[in-house]
Design a protein around this ligand. Structure first.
Ligand code: CA
Length: 377
């Protein structure tokens, strides 16, 4: 099987949305008439990753066998390493890896979870991930959590999403919001708190102790992600599980985070390595006795790819993340993932198991503005 086309484009989810608000998709087509779909991290609309796919990766991959994905993408990573291994390049490679796994499934007639060794379970509970709580009043936080409880999550995570340039702006206010959520859901319900990197070490330890008192399950990204030692210091100082890793892009960086003392890591399938990369992260985390609970906020492709990997994990200690319960990204797919009674079910269809509605996809796709080469083409 040979790759004949790599189609990188943005997907628009609302009329008049800005390019920075869109998703970044890739479709790989082959000489056998098969097509696989993937997506890159949508930071700033994923335009940087899509540009790298179109300009740099597609010329290297056309004519190659997509079943050689690990060799092809590791070679591409090392050839293009000076583009920077963190972020845009790894997002581009992740999108292609997911699309090639989708193709592998379609070529063999098997779902991805079968190809990676089988699923411990094919129905997976989720936690509702609720962002933007830094700006809300405690009453507003309670209202939005109440709303998301209707989806029957197994746990709730409240994210603060404050500006990363301001640290420790309202520790008492943040603790008060954690407290009202605990009062709302009752004592036994699993809760998580995501600081989105906005505390100092001292601020994080103070909030973390309050979360321990309130019986929270984990405390996510308390300090700046690039301060590995500080992240580790907070993790070691607290009894509550401290998690990090959604802004980690390579396996050695994840290893550094674990060595710093973090005991729950959260790499993201659309940011680093795709399915191949996340499986490598799982092996690393397992070798260290560290929990792997992937970060995932993309509701269809990223989410489905993530489910295939999470289902295959030996130790699956937390529910999967579900960020966006709206159906706004569903129309281009005939069978987008939707939970039933609090569980996402993996499809037995080949590859990711997603069926594309070509008409709806065409309506929403937005072309990249192509660079003009020296010949003016
Ligand atoms: Ca987070």
């Amino acid at each position: 099987m040979k790759i004949t086309e790599i189609d990188a484009f943005q997907m628009s989810w609302a009329e008049n949305d800005r390019p920075s608000q869109r998703s970044a998709f890739v479709i790989i087509r082959t000489d056998e008439g098969l097509a696989g779909i993937g997506e890159a991290s949508p930071m700033q609309g994923g335009l940087a990753s899509l540009g790298i796919i179109h300009n740099d990766l597609a010329p290297m991959l056309l004519g190659q066998d997509p079943l050689d994905h690990a060799v092809l993408l590791d070679r591409a990573m090392h050839t293009l390493i000076k583009l920077g291994p963190d972020g845009a390049l790894t997002g581009a490679l992740a999108a292609l890896d997911i699309a090639m796994w989708d193709l592998k499934g379609k070529a063999t007639g098997l779902p991805i979870y079968k190809l990676i060794g089988g699923a411990w379970k094919t129905a997976l509970p989720f936690y509702a991930s609720i962002g933007g709580n830094g700006e809300r009043s405690p009453d507003e936080v309670v209202r939005i959590v109440e709303e998301r409880l209707k989806d029957q999550p197994s746990a709730i995570k409240i994210r603060f999403d404050n500006k990363r340039t301001n640290l420790d702006t309202d520790l008492a206010g943040d603790i008060a919001k954690a407290r009202v959520v605990r009062q709302l859901v009752g004592e036994g319900f699993p809760l998580a708190f995501d600081a989105n990197n906005c505390y100092t070490v001292g601020g994080a330890i103070r909030v973390g102790r309050a979360l321990e008192e309130l019986g929270y399950w984990w405390f996510e990204e308390p300090v700046q992600h690039y301060h590995l030692r500080a992240m580790g210091e907070v993790a070691r100082a607290l009894d509550i599980t401290v998690s990090a890793g959604e802004q980690t892009y390579t396996l050695p960086s994840l290893n550094d985070l674990i060595n710093a003392g973090v005991r729950m890591v959260q790499p993201d399938i659309v940011k680093m390595g795709g399915i191949t990369g996340l499986l490598r992260c799982a092996a690393l985390a397992h070798a260290h006795g560290v929990e792997l609970v992937p970060h995932q906020t993309q509701p269809v492709i990223g989410h489905t790819a993530n489910l295939h990997v999470v289902a295959s994990l030996l130790q699956n200690t937390k529910p999967v993340e579900w960020n966006d319960p709206s159906a706004r990204m569903h129309p281009p797919f005939k069978n987008p993932p939707v939970p039933i009674s609090g569980l996402f079910h993996l499809s037995e269809s080949p590859g990711l198991g997603l069926t594309i509605d070509e008409t709806e996809l065409k309506k929403r796709r937005r072309e990249l503005i192509r660079g003009v080469d020296n010949d003016g083409r």
